[in-house]
Design a protein around this ligand. Structure first.
Ligand SMILES: Cc1ncc(COP(=O)(O)O)c(C=O)c1O
Length: 442
């Protein structure tokens, strides 16, 4: 059923169904026949859909936009670079070292780095590197984390259909079809912040654990954060067992602080993956860390092979250089954090007015909202929050011109341009959206 209020969007979706499975280029962009969004243009912290409705956007393409859409400081640098030197040559450029030098100024955990085109590719590179360095196979995944769409990382706890009172752990299931059972062979999964679970895994298979991969702040599960003690525990247990700690900072990197989540915790990973905010929306990613670990990427017969046709292309690296320069040299993080804190205040005021218990999780630049009286400490706890009310509220926000993912597992992303949001307008929209959500429930 199409949406009569959105004639252009409906027409575009009907047309797209002839050409793309589900009518979209990414499964997660399909929000049903009435709600799937087609974007016409974007600017600052706003997007405009095919029917000319403008939204203040807190989804920000799942996190890459850190300054704002169409930021001229980045776009002009890219346009200049591609008109003067082209896009790819299949050879090296000086941009590679220039970008890594900038990364090193911001992230002391990085000694050597390689580039990739997406977060998924960066994770593939980091995991392969960890396995080659340790000569081991097993990888520990933390429940609620997301590490990209490749077979091995597409196993997740089925918390949606889990009975929290069963006394059992949620079943681990693949994201969908086409994922061979064999891709799970080397995986161990643990709930975040459980010392017992991590001790049990190390007691059982510690000798074969190549790495733990963790989003320090679950950017795909409401910004539920690792406690300081748990992160230290992971660092210590990895050191004691010759296992590597991989921090997937695809969402947190260059967003939650100059040095990402590792700066907030004061704990370094052995390997780190980056993408998203690194290029303010241009497709650039990277993985890197300890020089000795990265050294297994070499030309020996058993060295790790990494690369690809589009790796470190001029567009990606120019965007990264320009974005990191702005982030490193201006007060952008202060602006972003202030905007995030102000917006949480608005939300909190309205929730309290309506008698809705709520908790925020994660940093101001990427915060989760949880309806209930606990800050969840892991994905299983998230099940205790009122995610149905959140979705109802979120769908109303979208209707009234505030874009976000209508699932409380996706955080609110803040960019520098959000400093321009009229907070009185936002408060009115949030108030109306929550009133309607409560009304619909009663
Ligand atoms: C933490 C994390 N790792 C990896 C990925 C995969 O990145 P990409 O979609 O660029 O492949 C994502 C994507 O959202 C992510 O959030």
């Amino acid at each position: 059923m199409s949406n009569p209020a959105k004639p252009n969007t409906s027409r575009l979706l009907t047309q797209s169904h002839f050409h793309l499975p589900m009518g979209v280029a990414d499964n997660y962009r399909y929000w049903g026949e009435e709600n799937t969004v087609f974007v016409k243009t974007s600017e600052g912290c706003t997007i405009t859909d095919a029917d000319d409705q403008c939204y203040v956007d807190f989804r920000l393409a799942y996190g890459p936009i850190i300054l704002g859409y169409r930021d001229t400081r980045i776009d002009q640098a890219v346009i200049k670079a591609i008109t003067e030197r082209g896009t790819i040559s299949g050879f090296s450029t000086e941009l590679e070292s220039e970008v890594i030098e900038l990364v090193k100024q911001m992230c002391p955990n990085i000694e050597k780095m390689r580039f990739a085109n997406s977060g998924t590719e960066a994770v593939i590179g980091a995991v392969r590197t960890a396995r080659a360095f340790t000569g081991r196979n097993k990888i520990v995944l933390v429940e609620g984390g997301f590490h990209g769409l490749y077979d091995e990382m597409m196993w997740k706890p089925d918390v949606d259909n889990w009975n929290a009172d069963s006394g059992k752990a949620p079943e681990i299931k693949p994201f969908g079809g086409g994922i061979p059972e064999a891709s799970r062979e080397h995986l161990e999964t643990v709930p975040l912040n459980s010392f017992d679970a991590i001790d049990a895994v190390f007691a059982r298979v510690g000798h074969d654990l190549a790495a733990i991969i963790i989003e320090p702040i679950l950017g795909n599960c409401g910004s539920i954060a690792s406690s300081q003690e748990y992160m230290q525990k992971l660092r210590d247990v990895c050191d004691a067992n010759g296992t590597l700690l991989i921090m997937d900072e695809v969402k947190t990197g260059f967003r939650v602080a100059k040095g990402g989540a590792q700066e907030l915790y004061g704990i370094n990973a052995d390997l780190t993956t980056y993408a998203k905010a690194m290029g303010n929306g241009y497709p650039v990613a990277a993985f890197g860390g300890r020089a000795d670990v990265m050294g297994v990427i070499n030309a020996n017969s058993n060295g790790v092979v990494h690369g690809g046709t589009y790796t470190s292309n001029v567009i990606a690296l120019t965007a990264a250089k320009a974005t990191l320069t702005v982030l490193n040299q201006t007060n952008a993080y202060d602006t972003i954090n202030k905007a995030g804190a102000d917006i949480q205040q608005v939300l909190s005021r309205v929730f309290t007015k309506h008698g809705i218990e709520h908790r925020f999780a994660g940093p101001d630049a990427m915060f989760g909202i949880h309806f209930g009286d606990i800050v969840p400490s892991n994905y299983r706890d998230w099940k205790q929050t009122d995610s149905a009310l959140y979705t109802e509220f979120a769908m109303n926000l979208i209707k009234h011109g505030v874009m976000l993912e209508p699932d409380s597992r996706e955080p609110w992303f803040i960019c520098e341009s959000h400093q321009t949001v009229d907070l009185n307008w936002l408060e009115e929209i949030v108030d109306r959206s929550m009133a309607e959500a409560i009304e619909a429930k009663s």
